[in-house]
Design a protein around this ligand. Sequence first.
Ligand code: GTR
Length: 341
Amino acid sequence: MKELLASLPPLLPRQQMLDLLHSQVYGHLPETPEKLNFQEEALPDPTFGGKAVCSIVTAHCVVKGKDFSFPFLTAIPTKAGKHPFFVHINFRPGLADYYQPIEEIIDNGFAVLSFCYNDVTKDDGDFTDGLAGILYENGNRGPEDPGKIAMWAWAAQRVMDYAQSKADVLDLDCAIVCGHSRLGKTALLAAATDERFPFAYSNESGCSGAAITRGKQGEHVSHICTTFPYWFCENYKQYMDREMAMPFDQHYLVASIAPRKVAIGSAAEDLWADPAAEQLCCFAASEAFEKGFDCPDRPAEIGETFFGGHIGYHLRAGQHFFSREDWQKLMQFIQTHYKQE
Ligand code: GTR
C-alpha cells in the first residue's frame, strides 16, 4: 500500500495543514462564544440500575451578540472517581441507543456526553437555521466561511467547555471526540482544531473524512459537493473532478490531531467510504505521531486491529453502521493507550 504514498502532498507543520483545511475544505470554525453558561436538569430515569446519572444540559451561548443554545445529554457513572468520557456527535438526540450503547459504555467505565447535530444547525442547505442563522445573518457565504461540519465541530468543543467544568468527575486527560460517517468527519475536525481532546475516533467517515481522496473508490469530491455542498466551505467545490490539484489530502486532517491519539474504524462492505483509503490515510499520517501506525504494508483483513501506535485502525465485517463492535474496538484502543504510557 505504501507505494501509493508517493502521489500525496507531503505532511506540513500542523498550522499550515490546518490553514489549508480551513480555507479549502471546511471553512473556518466560528469564534468561541462571547458568553457561555450551562443549565442542567438531572433525569430521574434511566439510571441503568443505579450505575449512572443522566442529565440534559443546555449550553447557552452568545455568538455575535446573539443568543444561541443547544441541548446535550450526559450519562456519568456513579462509581467514585474521574471517568474517561466520550463526546459523541450523534445523529439522534437523548438516550437513543441506536449508534450509542450507553449502558455498555458505562460498564466499561466511560461517561458519555452526546448531542444531536441537528440541534445545532440542520443537516441541509438552509443557512438561516440555528447557529448558521446567526453566523450568516446577512445571507452571504464567503469562500472560506464555515460549512455545517465546522459548525457541528464547534458545538463538540462547547461540550468540552462543559466537561472542563466537571473535572471532579470527568478525566480531562481522556476525552474522546467521536462520530460516525458525516459526524466522523466532524469528530476529526473537532479534534484537529482543539487540543483539549487527547483522543479522536472516526467511524467510517470516508470521503472528506479519514479516507485519502486521491485514488479512492466510491464517493469523491464531485459527488459530495453535489449532494452535500453545505457541509463544506464554498472553496471546496473547485476540486470537483480536480482532486490531483488539491494542495492537501485527508491525511492532513488526521495528522493535525498528532501528537494526540486517533483511531479510525472501517467496515469491509462500506465501499462508498472505502476502507483501503482509510487505512492508507493512517500510513500517510503516521509520521506525525510519536508512535506511528503499527501495521504491516498490506490491506487489513476483516477482524484485524492495529492499535500498537498512536494512530490505530480496525476493519470489521459488514456495512456502513456505528456498531457495538466498533464501540468495543474503540474502547479497546483507548484502554491500550490511556494511562499506560
Ligand atoms: C453519505 C455520504 C457520506 C457519509 C454518509 C453518512 O450519503 O455520501 O459521505 O457521510 O452519508 O453520513 O452517513
